[in-house]
Design a protein around this ligand. Structure first.
Ligand code: HAM
Length: 427
């Protein structure tokens, strides 16, 4: 029997790990510098956390959730997204008590699960980098988040992405808009696909989003959301758009943009990239001013976004300009030399690295009495920049040999000067 990973769920292999780590490290750095703090919620939640927030009639809840009963018959679901769990945790731990007037700022990085049919950029287990500001209705928070999203994608090295912006308005506006859409679509049912026929009653906004050609043609002349916005929501939309453009970030108004999750009201946005094919959204988000209250919490506004890591990596062509550490390999012969090698390797790690930035990786060979030849092969396999060779003779003379693996030059140096000399070579 040959085992394979579950369909749509991929292994991250060591040779690809660096790009993920670089992206996650960059994201953490940006979040922390913006005053966002990490929140880690469990991967499993009560199913109701998602069905109530994302919406009973959405594709995610009706078709895509991994839901099962545990041993006590409770219905649990693997999280399909991060917002609802963060809101659940926010309420459960009364995080509103510690809120400043600009709201609580949270971020998360982790796997999400949706049983969609896998294709390029669409997986069943995928990773999101997400941010949420909970506790503020001020649309300046929307501007701050879109600015942060733009900063983050540029820091990853992405250039050709576009930010699409729309507003669904407050709950009342959204209901009015849905009623106008229903009215518009009701006598055009014959031209709409089977799914859209169902959507007219259950989730009419999603008809605007249908990829089916005939639905798209009908949707083109559908009522414009802007006409359903109240004065306040229209004002917020214009403020957000002008605010973002005012700081030099390009955004495109996308009046037909709707989102696949029901909790949104007000500003919504999506970032697309031409390198992605049909699954072209690298990230998306928006305001969800009613969700915290609907889930049993205080009546506070909220806004957030999430980036799909796999899609961001595809858009980068699987390449990223990142800092790659130098590698120093200690080839040692004999137990005493090995002990000295272990000690010097640790001095190098301590001198050049911080917990946040690894500039030098120090490896030690000589395990099980391996010959110098096999240790040099090992150093090559590990792409070592420098090999420090310590044999018994060198040890007795208080010296070691430093070999530059690119130029093949070797020099003999005093043992006490090794750390410094290695540093000079790497600079
Ligand atoms: P979402 O649009 O469902 O929003 O997902 C956000 C991003 O996750 C997408 O733009 C995409 O890059 C990635 N993504 C979604 N599904 C998949 C998939 N099957 N395979 C690979 N990548 C995928 C949310 O999840 C909201 N919680 C975002 C948010 C945060 N809104 C407010 N706060």
């Amino acid at each position: 029997m040959k085992y394979q990973s579950v369909k749509g769920m991929e292994d991250l292999l060591p040779q690809n790990a660096w790009i993920w780590q670089a992206m996650e490290r960059m994201a953490r750095g940006i979040f922390e510098a913006w005053g966002f703090r990490e929140i880690r919620t469990p991967i499993l939640e009560d199913t109701a956390v998602f069905s109530r927030s994302i919406g009973e009639t959405t594709d995610i809840v009706t078709k895509e959730m991994y839901t099962f009963s545990d041993r006590k018959g409770r219905s649990l679901t693997l999280r399909p997204e991060g917002t609802a769990p963060v809101v659940r945790a926010f309420i459960e731990h009364s995080l509103d008590k510690a809120l400043s007037e600009s709201g609580g700022k949270f971020y998360y990085i982790g796997p999400m699960f949706r049983a969609e049919s896998p294709q390029k950029g669409r997986l069943r287990q995928f990773y999101q980098i997400g941010a949420e500001i909970i506790g503020s209705r001020d649309c300046q928070a929307d501007i701050e988040l879109i600015m942060q999203l733009d900063r983050m994608l540029k820091a990853f090295g992405l250039k050709d992405f576009s930010i699409k912006l729309n507003s669904l308005g407050c709950k009342k506006d959204k209901d009015n808009f849905a009623a106008r859409l229903r009215d518009y679509f009701k006598d055009k049912k014959n031209c709409l696909c089977k799914d859209c026929n169902e959507r007219i009653e259950k989730n009419v906004l999603r008809v605007l989003d249908c990829k089916n050609e005939s639905c798209a043609i009908i949707a083109k002349d559908a009522p414009d959301v802007i006409e359903s916005l109240c004065k306040e929501c229209l004002n917020d939309f214009v403020t957000v758009k002008n605010g973002i453009q005012g700081i030099g970030i390009k955004v495109d108004e996308a009046r037909k943009l709707v989102r696949g999750l029901d909790y949104y009201t007000g500003t919504i946005f999506e970032v697309t990239h031409p390198g992605l094919g049909s699954q072209d959204a690298i990230g998306a988000g928006g305001r969800y001013d009613n969700l915290v209250k609907e889930m049993g919490g205080p009546d506070v506004g909220a806004v957030g976004y999430a980036i799909g890591i796999e899609r961001a990596i595809i858009a980068l062509g699987n390449k990223m300009d990142v800092f790659t550490p130098n590698i120093v390999f200690f080839a040692t012969l004999g137990n005493d030399a090995k002990a000295r090698g272990l000690e010097l390797a640790e001095r190098i790690r301590k001198k050049f690295n911080t917990p946040y930035l690894i500039k030098v990786v120090a490896l030690t060979g000589g395990i099980g009495g391996a010959s110098l030849k096999s240790q040099m092969r090992n150093a090559d396999k590990n792409n070592a920049d420098i090999v420090v060779i310590i044999g018994d003779d060198e040890l007795k003379a208080g010296k070691a040999v430093i070999r530059d693996m690119k130029t093949k030059e070797q020099v003999s140096v005093e043992m006490d000067d090794i750390v410094e000399k290695v540093g000079h070579k790497l600079c």
